[in-house]
Every structure is written in C-alpha cells, then in structure tokens.
Design a protein around this ligand. Structure first.
Ligand SMILES: Cc1cc2nc3c(=O)[nH]c(=O)nc-3n(C[C@H](O)[C@H](O)[C@H](O)COP(=O)(O)OP(=O)(O)OC[C@H]3O[C@@H](n4cnc5c(N)ncnc54)[C@H](O)[C@@H]3O)c2cc1C
Length: 454
C-alpha cells in the first residue's frame, strides 16, 4: 500500500479493532472512527463506583477453539489474561439432581465426546445413547442438508430423538448461550456448526475460556495502543454519516458534522442495524446488503451481584429450568480477586425480561440463586443490572441467506461485523474473523488478488 493511501475503519467494536490491528501489524496505518467515547462496541467494561470492581457489560465466554480471537489476542499481547479450563467440562445445576458435571476426557477426538457422554450421571443411560447417536449424526452432517438449513434447534433435536429431559438439561442452557436465541427460534444449521467446531475438532477445543480482566483491558485498550504505535489513530466521538462514492469507488467518509475524511479504502465495521446509515446511497447491491439490517435482534440481560462471602465453589454453572441460564463466579476467574463474593448472571434471549424494571430482574435472579446456593444466594449487598436490547442479531433459520459477504462489490469498500457472513452466530469469534478477513482483502486488493463477488 502506498503511503498516500489511507484506510479508514468505521466502528471500534471487536470487528473494527481486529481489522485495524491486523493492518497495523502488517505496517499499514489505519484511522478508526468510533461514535462513542469508548471502544469495544458490545464488549466493554467499566468501574463499578460502589465496589471499585471492574464490571463487564455482560460476561463473555469463549472456547479454546476460537482461533481468530486467539490470534487477535496474540497480536495485542493479552492472551495471558484468559482463564482457560485445564480440561473441558460443564457444570449444571439440576433442580432434582443438584450439581452435576459433564467432563470431556483427554482422549483423541471424537472418542473424547463419546467418553464424556457415557461417563456423566446427568442423564439416563437411554438418553446418553441418544446423545451418542446425535454425536454420530453431527460428525456426518452436511451443511447443504435441506432440513438443517430451514429447521430450528428444537426441531433438529427432536428429529434426532433427544428427550424432553435432555433438551431441558443440556441443550437449552447450551444453545441459548451460544446462539443468544431460544431453541424454537434459533437456526439448527448454525448451532450444529458450532457444536462440530467445539466438540469434534481438537480435544481441547471445547475448553471454556473466560476473561480474567475486564473486557476493555483484554480487547480494547491494548489494541488502540498498537494501532497508535503503528502510526494510526482512533478518533472517539466521531460518528460517520455516510461513505462517499465517486465513479464506482469510495473516496472517503462523511462525518456527522459535515467534515469529510478522505480514504482509499473503507471498512465499515458497524452493527447490522447501523449499516443503512453509512453505506453509500448509490451502490450496487445496496438492497441486498440491507436485508440483514431487517433481521430481528435478541437481547441479553446481565446481573452483577456482590455478597459478603464468596460461597460459590465453581467458576461457572449452567442453571437448568430457571430464568438465569449461566452464573459465573468472578472471584474465581478474575486476575485481581477482591473482597467478598461477586457473581455475574447471564440471561440470553431475554425477550421477556428486557422491558422489566431492575427490581423485577433482581427478584428473578435472587430467586434462582437461592434455589442453587440456598439462603446466601438470595442476599446480595449490591447489584448492577445491565440490559443490552440489541445483544446480537437473532440467528433464525434462513438468516444465513441474508448475511452479506465482507466483499461489497465496490473494490475498495468492505464490511465487517458479527452479523456478516462468518459461519458463526453473533459472537466475538465471528466479529474478529470478519475483521481479519477484511484486512486480508485490503492486502489482496493491493496485490490485485481480490476475488470477484459471485
Ligand atoms: C451482554 C452481551 C454478552 C455477550 N456474550 C458473548 C459471549 O459470551 N461470547 C461471544 O462470543 N459473544 C458474546 N456477545 C457478542 C459479542 O459481544 C459481539 O458479537 C461482538 O462484540 C460484536 O462486535 P462487532 O464489532 O461486530 O460489533 P459492535 O460491538 O456492535 O461494534 C460496532 C461499533 O461501531 C460503532 N458505530 C456504529 N455506527 C457508527 C457510526 N455511524 N460511526 C462510527 N461508529 C459507529 C458502534 O458504536 C460500535 O462501537 C455478547 C454480547 C453482549 C451484548
């Protein structure tokens, strides 16, 4: 890329930062525009004034198989801030059985999955055999299976003979967390792809990975430092109002205050619901690109609770049959530790709760924690409720058709984001992967290697 050329990335969420970090580390300086006064988009942290603790806008979980994210963290030198399970396991609280574990033994894939299923006491023997059959079907699954692409997770599970008990105990907590959507509404195709990636890849890929520091410290601040170090800049509080198109090529970005920032390459890394505002008005395939903006969204509610004591022994527990799906013990995960107990509860696909006042959400959380931990769980000394109305785009069956490629058809305009075509639901891994792909495309363009869009 010649020094006179300039790359502008719109949006400092993880997709935009990943694109900018990749390009910066390859010697290409980048200007990043972000409408807010902080980066990170839907993954950020702040300091809770009462306790002084770092609080995330919601607990984010990864698996060890998130290779794009691991590469990004290596580039910004923060991978050491991940807390990774030594051997993959999931703990569930079952209303009748109490705490139960599903451990994945250290055996070659796919024997590790079979071993895990056969050895758990979470399910009856008949249900374990049905799970094994589903594992076998998963290994032979084809992405072009016509049933899979139109079916919901619930339909797919029923088709594979999963019992109501297995669906409630295992599949619902898992699918809602991964997909941020209810099993009746979430795409079977995307879910099956995630399962394959987690459980049928390398043995350790399904290990749970949790940030041991705040999301901003892990993903954002070091990325901004790297971008600046390589001659780029992050302009906060700068909202793009459009992309300027002249003679079929993008020439810059128009800001809300009317100023124009010249650019020889633009990467739009804004969420689906904002893309309409920044895409050039007169561009081929605009209507197709905007289809994803019409997809429904799914909310996430997070509840942070503080206690006088740290009574939770596990790092993470899936709660069966209640409002909260997952509860995390920040004290066991975080690098710094702290006084007393700090628990984060996650309610994904929180369609019913998102409009409720905090006291209703807190009452539901306290009820659930009392059911799991006894009286102590219901007596927090401090709480913070965070509602993300637009947690992610809802991964409904058929939505894959509307997710656009990162290539737009305009040779120097690319789009990144967890909602673009990544093969994954709206996740960090998808966002980061799309950002890296845009960086690769920018370099390919430079080398005239860019593929045409079919
Ligand atoms: C509470 C919660 C919990 C989650 N948990 C998980 C999890 O456990 N695991 C996981 O993998 N994922 C999780 N996710 C999803 C994950 O956070 C997102 O997939 C990811 O952060 C999306 O990144 P992005 O860059 O694609 O989009 P965004 O984060 O939305 O970033 C887009 C950026 O563009 C900016 N922008 C928009 N319009 C303009 C404009 N006109 N001009 C300038 N800037 C603009 C926005 O302000 C924003 O900063 C969770 C999300 C939430 C909300």
């Amino acid at each position: 890329m010649s020094p006179s050329e300039s790359v502008v990335v719109v949006g400092a969420g993880l997709a935009g930062l990943a694109a900018a970090v990749e390009l910066s580390s390859r010697g290409i300086p980048v200007t990043v525009l972000e409408q807010h006064r902080r980066g990170g988009g839907r993954a950020y942290s702040f300091t809770d004034r009462t306790t002084g603790d770092t609080v995330d806008n919601g607990q984010h979980a990864l698996i060890a198989g998130c290779t794009a994210t691991m590469r990004y963290l290596d580039l910004i030198s923060t991978r050491r801030f991940l807390h990774t399970q030594r051997s993959p396991s999931l703990t569930f609280h079952h209303p009748a059985l109490g705490l139960r574990r599903l451990r994945i033994p250290d055996l070659p894939s796919p024997l590790h999955l079979a071993g895990g299923i056969l050895s758990t006491d979470l399910f009856s023997l008949a249900d374990r055999l049905r799970l094994l059959r589903l594992g076998w079907a998963l290994a032979r699954l084809r992405d072009d299976d016509p049933f899979l692409s139109g079916a919901s997770v619930a339909e797919w599970l029923r088709r594979h003979g999963q019992s109501a008990e297995t669906i409630r105990t295992l599949w619902e907590p898992l699918a809602i967390a991964i997909m941020n959507e209810r099993t009746e509404k979430a795409s079977a195709l995307l879910f099956a792809r995630c399962l394959r990636r987690a459980f049928l890849g390398r043995t350790g890929d399904s290990a749970l990975v949790l940030p041991s520091v705040g999301l901003s410290e892990l993903f954002v601040t070091p990325a901004c430092a790297l971008i600046s170090k390589h001659g780029g800049r992050i302009i906060l509080g700068a909202r793009a109002a459009g992309t300027i198109l002249r003679e079929g090529r993008v020439t810059g970005v128009r800001l809300e205050d009317g100023a124009e920032l010249p650019a020889s390459v633009v990467i739009l890394a804004v969420p689906a619901w904002s893309i309409g505002r920044v895409l050039p008005e007169e561009m081929p395939r605009r209507a197709a690109l905007l289809k994803a903006a019409e997809l429904p969204v799914s909310p996430i509610v997070s509840v942070h609770l503080w206690y006088t004591t740290d009574f939770m022994h596990e790092e993470a527990i899936g709660i069966v049959g209640r409002t909260i799906q997952w509860v995390f013990n920040r004290r066991k995960i975080e690098e710094k530790g702290g006084q007393g107990g700090h628990i984060t509860c996650v309610i994904s696909a929180a369609h019913d709760l998102i409009g409720e006042p905090s006291r209703i959400i807190l009452a539901a959380a306290s009820d659930d924690l009392r059911a799991v931990f006894g009286k102590a769980g219901g007596d927090p000394i401090h709480s913070v409720v965070i509602r993300e109305k637009r947690g992610t785009v809802s991964p409904i069956p058929g939505a894959e058709r509307d997710r656009p490629d990162q290539i737009t058809g305009i040779p120097n305009l690319f789009i990144a984001g967890d909602w673009t075509s990544t093969g994954l639901p709206g996740t960090i891994e998808g966002a980061v992967w799309s950002g890296k792909r845009c960086a690769d495309l920018v370099q390919a363009r430079q080398l005239h290697l860019i593929p045409s869009l079919s």
